[in-house]
Each structure stands twice: as structure tokens, then as C-alpha cells.
Design a protein around this ligand. Structure first.
Ligand code: PEP
Ligand code: MG
Length: 904
């Protein structure tokens, strides 16, 4: 049996997108439904792939095209390119995934020196016939024969100038016949052949050109960006031409079964009288609305409305449809499930549930976490006269307006005084965290979408624009110069506005508004409905609420938040978090407390050490009391200290310089010299792979005991007050079971001590992070000592790939993304085949030892939609993400549950 390369529209269906492409599959479906589709056939992606593999069109294809074409001819009683009443066809590309404008289309195939006259007679419109012919030669020349389109365009311009007209359609028959001859001459000159007069040769050559267009550079670039595989190939649709430009009873339009921008129910569309397809999209003339069509051509309108209803019922979703009316006869040329805005997605999904066209589960598959994110960001209200100073990388969405600040202390101080500020830095580093927290937005002159500023800002849901290299930020002088605007020097007195969706940076105020969905998430349904200004917003809020509640009802993954302070914890709870999955405790050692840690590191005697620890204990205990109070009754995973030791010490270079200068001046403080010796001793070439996490805990006497005592005593205090603290103690950076064993013994010893002293039973779970490949691989043994695992996918990504996030994102990631080494940064979306395997392995081996082992994830990926689906499939119990992303995680966890039950 030869391969079937050609399917009549009457043979395929909508589920055959792999073979027939999206357009071909939907044309077939419409034909099957009995809707008025011009007859035609689809050449499969198999044929394209065969051509791409061998460089030759399969011989069998030509045979099958003949049969299909003759059937179309027989159905219509006309022949391709015949001298009388010729059949004309269009040849259009159509891949599985829509690639708008990336590949080629050739219309009016079948016209030649004879059939053009036949078309003129049949249409009783000579001008139309010659215009169609010249368009064919132009399109064919450009697309099939690779002639520079400029040659045709300039001949057309010259002809209009010669005739003294400015618009194409003002050229008369005589001008068009001349133009046809000129176009033929261009073909002869540049392609070295005569324009083919044989209609079948035209068809075959156009088909081959569509195959070839799969591999143009722009198609490659588009696919890379959209993550469409390069080996799919495109189908080719050969369809009888129908004309919307045959006078006042003809026209062409696009319509939607619901409004794709607001999501309002009720049809929506544009129509152009006496026009061809491209004219509608090109916006050349003012379009009419569908209700105008109702007046102009009630019969076609009625038929179109019936078709729209039929299609929406059939696809059970919003459809968009391209149609043409040829002399009062309606034809449907294309349909697909329509693209829509985030707001429309939520509204349409719930409308369809109410109309009983889809179930609530299906509604969840129609919206995404990314769409919810879009609905959560505040937006600028553009007035048109804003002063745009530069445009850079949109790194974290939102709209922020504030005065410029250049350093952390100033950011914190001014923010505390109630002033909205934007932190502007050349680039940020972990020390900038307080400033980033205090600021309403972050702007950096260096770094890309995965730079520190971008990642941290996204995690916090804070607006961020990165890599604004037109800006020269001088933090010492507190000025910003703008390249190309020499007159402009910005200082901390200036207000700027940054748009994290577009990367635009404006000078001065631009008004911002909280989105209705954000109001809902912050203040609840009723408050948001009360505050909503219009029906659209109210319907949107209700839709989001309904879908969120359904997601909560069906999801299997719990959603926790990463929160280190009561404010974040409160936000997280408001947004539906079921606990804290990661409370990082490093901030408990920073700021003013850094001195105590230094004292601890420098301690020479047990007394010195004891006094440093004793100073830290009440401070940390106080932090935990607050957190337990906020999280009352909900689990809270407390991670013991993680960062490298050097973060608690002064900078090596700075201190070296200070000591050298002081020595020269004869004013050297011996304490500084001593400190420098310690800093030098602890200096590491790769601190991320050095003395941190459990290694620090095991080697710094008293550290574990301090933290666990603070947790335990805080818990006792809460218990005494009638509270319900639920800490889970987590040890970071475990590589071997022995590390966990030692740590655990020490944790339990302190718990037992405080328990005994207080009389309260403190039986808190003790678990560990799995963030090193060794931990994942030996998870079966580590599980013997662990009550739970939490996958630290940030470090696991670093250590599985062997690259340091802080370094690589700003260096070679851009090239790697461009070259397709990864489609998206593995720090954003879990790298399923590498890091993901580590997670699966760790989960599976851990549960081999303890079938009920509780498994979570607390890396950045815990809030990433695609990764959440993966974690669901991997069988984890919960994801933990930044408070801002909790709603997204809830929705995505619900979707993951629906998708996986659909596959069972
Ligand atoms: C992780 O490594 O994934 C993690 C959550 O820890 P951190 O980002 O604090 O290293
Ligand atoms: Mg980590």
C-alpha cells in the first residue's frame, strides 16, 4: 500500500493535526459537519517530511494529487485553469501549530494567458480577472521562484505613477494587462524561465515551495522561540478559490463566537465589502461590524450565525472563523479555537460551564497559571504623553512608580517613611534584598531575565526591568546618566515609572491601577466585587473565584509558601497557602546580628562562644514566636542556616585594603588584623560548593543547638499561650545519611532537653533538603533518618548541571537559549530530563524505604506552572513557592490533577 499523501477535505477530521496541520484538520472537520467549505484537499505533513528528507517530491504524491483534483473538478463541473470558466485554487501552508506569516501562500493558481479571459467572461469583470492574474504572477514569482518582491512592487508603483493614480484598485484593465506582461518579463529576467502557463505545473511548483518554506530562517527562528519541533513539517491545503472582491454582493470577514479580548458573550467580528482576505487583516479600509452585515446581506448573516453556533457547540470553545461571501454565497475558509486574552479565557471558560457545554474540570484546562499571573499585575494607564527614557528587558511584570534610590539603607528608610521608591542598581546581589523588599520596583543597568534581580523580583512578584544598558548608574555619586540624552541627569529627587511587561522606563509619574483580580486575591470576593467598576470586572472576578475554588477541590498537591517573616506568611495565607514550606533562617543572622555571628566565628574560648550564642538566642526565639503565631495550626518548615560562612564576614578585598592602609598610617587595629586572618582562612574559591548548609552546622559548635533551642522555646511559649505551633525542622545540603544522622541526634537532644524542662512534648518532624545529586541517588538510605524530604531544585539544578546560577545567567545563558541548548532557563522551569530525573529518583528511592515519606519542593520551580505539573506526576505531596505565586500554584495543581486523571 502506498502512503496516503492526500486527504480530501471530506476525509479527515479535527484530531488529525499531526498529519493534516491545524488548518487542514479544521477544514476537514467543517466539511464533515456539512458547513459550506469550498472543495479541496490537504497534502500531508508526511509528504513534506519525505520532501525535506530527500529533496524530492514523492512520485506517488503527483498521482494522488491528480485523483483528488479530478474529484474536485467533477464536483464543481469546472477544470483547473480551463479556458472557459476556469477552476482556480489557493495553495496554503498549514502546520500543526499556527505559525502566522512564517510560511507561504499562493492564490489564484490556474490563471494563464487563456484562462484569464475565461475568468473575465465568467465573472463578467475583466478588471477583476486581470488583477487576479497579476497577483498570481507576483506571488508565484516571489514565493516559488524566489524573485525579490521589490521588482514587482516597483513595477506596480511605476504603473500607478504612469497612470496618475495612487491606489492599486484604481488601475484599469489596460494598465493591468500591461503590468501582467511586465511581470512576466521580470520572471524571465530573474528566474530564467517563462511564467509557467500549465496550471498543473503551477500547482506542483507552489506545493514544493510551501514545503521549502518550512526551512526558511524566519520559520526556524519562530519555532525556536515558540518551542515548536523542527521535524514536524507542514501540510499544504489546496482549496478552490472563492472571491470576496466580485462587487458589492461579495465581501470577506473574520468573526469570533465570543469577544476574544474582553470575553463578553455574544458574537464579534469584522466585515469588508468587495474585498479579499488580506485586506481585512491589513486594516486598509474601515471594516464594518457583523451587525452591519445583517443589514447588507441578511441571508448570509443568518447562515453565518448558524455556522458560528454550530462550530462553537462542536468545538465546545470560542472559535474564530474566516469567511468570504461570493456574490451572496457564504463560504467558510478557516476556523480554529480562537486565541484570547487572559481575562477572556477565564470568563469564557465559566460561561461555557454555565451553558453546560463543558464540565468544571474541562474549564480548568482552558485557563493557565500564566494567564492568572497576567491578571494579577497592576497596569499603567497610558496617557500618550509619558516621557520614555529607555526600553530594556521586561524581567518581572507589573507597573511601578517611585522616586529613585541607589542603596539599600536609603530604600528601607524612605520606604518606611511612606515614600514609594524604585531601587536602581547596576546589578543586584544578595545584599540588596532589604532594598528590593522595601522598593516598589527594581531597575538594573546590567543582567538579563535570569539575573539575580530578575529572579528575586519575580519570586517576590515585584516589578523589575533589567539590562537597561542606556543608563549609566553611578551609585556613589547618586546619579544616572542616559545615553543619547546628554542633558538629562537623574538623581534621587526624580520619579520614574517602570513597566515590567514591556521593559519601558518613563521619567515622571504614570498612573497605575490595582487589577480587579489582585483586589480579589488580597481582600476576598465580596470586597473585590464591591470595588469593581464595571460588569466586565465583576464577571472576571467571579470567574476567577469559581475556577480557583474548583482547582482547590480537585488538586492533590498541597500548596505551601516560602516565607521568612510574618508579613510574607500572612500574605501567603490570604492567598490560600496551607503552610510554610521553606522558612529561610539566614536573615536571623544578618543586619545588626552579623556582629554576634562574627563573635561566634572569632571566639577563642568556650565562654566567648557561649556569650555570642546567648546574644543570638532571644532574638531568634522572638522571630519564631511571631512566625508560629502567624502560622498557628499550619505546618511550617524551618530550614536551619544554609549560606556559606563568608557571608557573615567582611569582604576579603575590602578588609585587606583597609588593613594595608591602616598599617601604613601606623593606625592598625589588632582586632582588624585578627579578623583579616580569619577571613583569609575562610576564603573560598567556590563558596556555593564550600562550607555551607549542614557542613557549617556540623562544624560550627553550638549553631544547631542555638537554632533548635530558639525553635523549641518559641514553640513552648506559643503552647503556653494556647497556640498551635507546628514546626518541621529541615537540614539543608545533605549529601550523606551520616550527616543527617549526626544533625538529627543533636536536634533531638535539644528538643528532649527543652521538652523536659518545659513539660511540653516537642515531637517535631526532622527532615532534610534533597538538593545534591548524591542525596537524590542515595535517598533510600537518607530516608532512614528523615521524616520528610524537600527538594531544593535551585541547588539541585546548579549541582546537576555543574554551573553556578549567580555566574552563568549573566554570561553564556543567552547563547545557550538562542542555540536551543535549553528552550527555557532550567532555573525557571524544571529540566525534566536531568534535574527532574533526580527528583523522581529521590522520590522513588525515598519511598522505597518509607512508603509514607512526605515529599515537597521548595525551589523556585515550586511556583512555575510547567514544573508544577511535573511535580504532580512525580507524586510529591506539596509545592512551596513565593507568597505571590500561591494562587498560580493552586490553579496549576488543580489543572495537573485534571490532566492526569484524563490520562488514566
Ligand atoms: C534550593 O536550593 O532550591 C533552595 C530552596 O534553597 P536556596 O535557594 O535557599 O539555596
Ligand atoms: Mg538550596
Amino acid at each position: 500500500m502506498p502512503t496516503t499523501y492526500v486527504y480530501r477535505f471530506s476525509e479527515g477530521d479535527k484530531d488529525q493535526k499531526d498529519l493534516l496541520g491545524g488548518k487542514g484538520a479544521n477544514l476537514a472537520e467543517m466539511t464533515r459537519l456539512g458547513l459550506p467549505v469550498p472543495p479541496g484537499f490537504t497534502i500531508t505533513t508526511d509528504a513534506c517530511r519525505a520532501y525535506l528528507a530527500t529533496g524530492e517530491v514523492p512520485e506517488e504524491l503527483a498521482v494522488q494529487v491528480t485523483t483528488a483534483l479530478r474529484e474536485v473538478e467533477a464536483e464543481l463541473g469546472r477544470q483547473l485553469g480551463a479556458a472557459e470558466d476556469p477552476l482556480l485554487v489557493s495553495v496554503r501552508s498549514g502546520a500543526k501549530f499556527s505559525m502566522p506569516g512564517m510560511m507561504e501562500t499562493v492564490l489564484n493558481i490556474g490563471l494563464n494567458d487563456e484562462s484569464v479571459k475565461g475568468l473575465a467572461t465568467a465573472s463578467q469583470d475583466e478588471r477583476f480577472a486581470w488583477d487576479s492574474y497579476r497577483r498570481l504572477i507576483q506571488m508565484f514569482g516571489k514565493t516559488v521562484l524566489d524573485i525579490d518582491g521589490e521588482h514587482f512592487a516597483s513595477a506596480l508603483e511605476a504603473k500607478k505613477a504612469d497612470r496618475g493614480v495612487s491606489l492599486d484598485y484604481e488601475l484599469d484593465v489596460e494598465a493591468l494587462t500591461e503590468l501582467v506582461e511586465e511581470y512576466k518579463a521580470i520572471v524571465r529576467e530573474h528566474a530564467d524561465i517563462d511564467f509557467p502557463q500549465d496550471p498543473r505545473a503551477q500547482l506542483d511548483m507552489a506545493t514544493e515551495a510551501v514545503f521549502r518554506s518550512w526551512n526558511t530562517e524566519r520559520a526556524h527562528i519562530y519555532r525556536r522561540r515558540e518551542k515548536i519541533p523542527h521535524d514536524l513539517g507542514t501540510a499544504v491545503n489546496v482549496c478552490t478559490m472563492v472571491f470576496g472582491n466580485m462587487g458589492q454582493t461579495s465581501g470577506t470577514g473574520v468573526c469570533f463566537t465570543r469577544d476574544p479580548s474582553t470575553g463578553r458573550s455574544g458574537v464579534y467580528g469584522d466585515y469588508l465589502v468587495n474585498a479579499q482576505g488580506e485586506d481585512v487583516v491589513a486594516g486598509i479600509r474601515n471594516t464594518l461590524s457583523l451587525s452591519d452585515l445583517k443589514t447588507i446581506d441578511p441571508e448570509s448573516y443568518k447562515e453565518l450565525r448558524a455556522a458560528m453556533r454550530r462550530l462553537e457547540t462542536h468545538y465546545r470553545d470560542l472559535c474564530d472563523i474566516e469567511f468570504t461571501i461570493e456574490r451572496g454565497k457564504l463560504w467558510l475558509l478557516q476556523t480554529r479555537v480562537g486565541k484570547r486574552t487572559a481575562a477572556a479565557a477565564f470568563r469564557v471558560a465559566t460561561q461555557l460551564v454555565d451553558e453546560k457545554l463543558i464540565t468544571k474540570d474541562e474549564a480548568l484546562t482552558r485557563v493557565t497559571g500564566d494567564q492568572l499571573t497576567q491578571l494579577m499585575f497592576p497596569q499603567f494607564e497610558h496617557t500618550g504623553d509619558n516621557d520614555l527614557i529607555t526600553k530594556a528587558m521586561p524581567a518581572s511584570p507589573g507597573a511601578a512608580v517611585g522616586r529613585i534610590v541607589f542603596d539599600n539603607a536609603e530604600a528601607v528608610a524612605r520606604a518606611e517613611a511612606g515614600e514609594p521608591v524604585i531601587l536602581v542598581r547596576r546589578e543586584t546581589n544578595p545584599d540588596d534584598l532589604p532594598g528590593m523588599v522595601a522598593a516598589v520596583g527594581v531597575l538594573t543597568a546590567r543582567g538579563g531575565k535570569t539575573s539575580h534581580a530578575a529572579v528575586v523580583a519575580r519570586g517576590m512578584g515585584k516589578t523589575c526591568v533589567c539590562g537597561a544598558d542606556q543608563l549609566e548608574v553611578d551609585a556613589a555619586a547618586k546619579t544616572i546618566r542616559v545615553r543619547g540624552r546628554e542633558d538629562l541627569v537623574l538623581t534621587s529627587e526624580d520619579t520614574i515609572a517602570i513597566d515590567g511587561q514591556t521593559g519601558e522606563v518613563f521619567l515622571g509619574e504614570v498612573p497605575v491601577a490595582d487589577s480587579p483580580v489582585m483586589t480579589y486575591l488580597r481582600r476576598g470576593l465580596q470586597a473585590a466585587l464591591d470595588a469593581a467598576g464595571d460588569v466586565d470586572s465583576r464577571e472576571l472576578i467571579t470567574s476567577v473565584d469559581r475556577l480557583m475554588r474548583h482547582a482547590d477541590a480537585v488538586r492533590r498537591l498541597e500548596v505551601r509558601a516560602n516565607a521568612d517573616n510574618p508579613d510574607d506568611a500572612r500574605h501567603a495565607i490570604h492567598r490560600g497557602a496551607q503552610g510554610v514550606g521553606l522558612c529561610r533562617t539566614e536573615h536571623m543572622f544578618l543586619g545588626e546580628r552579623k556582629q554576634f555571628v562574627q563573635n561566634l566565628i572569632l571566639a577563642q574560648t568556650p565562654q566567648e562562644r557561649e556569650s555570642a550564642l546567648a546574644a543570638l538566642l532571644p532574638l531568634q526565639k522572638g522571630d519564631f514566636v511571631q512566625m508560629f503565631e502567624t502560622m498557628n495550626g499550619k505546618p511550617m518548615t524551618v530550614r536551619l542556616i544554609d549560606p556559606p560562612l563568608h557571608e557573615f564576614l567582611p569582604d576579603f578585598t575590602e578588609l585587606s585594603v583597609k588593613v594595608a592602609l591602616d598599617r601604613e598610617r601606623g593606625a592598625l587595629d589588632p582586632a582588624d588584623e585578627e579578623l583579616l586572618a580569619v577571613v583569609r582562612r575562610n576564603h573560598e574559591a567556590n563558596p556555593m560548593l564550600g562550607l555551607r548548609g549542614v557542613r557549617l552546622l556540623l562544624t560550627m559548635p553550638g549553631l544547631i543547638e542555638l537554632q533548635v533551642r530558639a525553635i523549641a522555646e518559641a514553640a513552648v511559649e506559643r503552647l503556653k499561650a494556647g497556640g498551635d505551633p507546628r514546626p518541621e525542622i529541615m537540614i539543608p545540603l545533605i549529601g550523606s545519611v551520616r550527616e543527617l544522622q549526626i544533625a538529627r541526634e543533636r536536634v533531638e537532644a535539644v528538643l528532649a532537653e527543652v521538652s523536659q524542662a518545659s513539660g511540653y512534648e516537642l515531637d517535631f518532624p526532622v527532615g532534610c533538603m534533597i538538593e545534591l545529586p548524591r542525596a537524590a541517588v542515595s535517598a533510600d538510605t537518607i530516608a532512614e533518618e528523615a521524616d520528610f524530604f524537600s527538594f531544593g531544585t535551585n541547588d539541585l539544578t546548579q549541582t546537576t548541571w555543574g554551573f553556578s546560577r549567580d555566574d552563568v545567567e549573566g554570561t553564556f545563558f543567552k547563547e545557550y537559549l538562542e542555540e536551543g541548548v535549553f528552550g527555557v532557563s532550567p532555573f525557571e522551569t524544571i529540566d525534566e530530563r536531568g534535574v527532574g530525573r533526580m527528583v523522581e529518583l529521590g522520590a522513588e528511592r525515598g519511598r522505597r524505604t518509607k512508603p509514607d515519606l512526605k515529599l515537597g519542593v521548595c525551589g523556585e520551580h515550586g511556583g512555575d506552572p510547567e514544573s508544577i505539573e511535573f511535580f504532580h506526576r512525580a507524586g510529591l505531596n506539596y509545592v512551596s513557592c513565593s507568597p505571590f505565586r500561591v494562587p498560580v500554584a493552586r490553579l496549576e495543581a488543580g489543572r495537573a490533577a485534571v490532566f492526569s486523571s484524563a490520562q488514566d
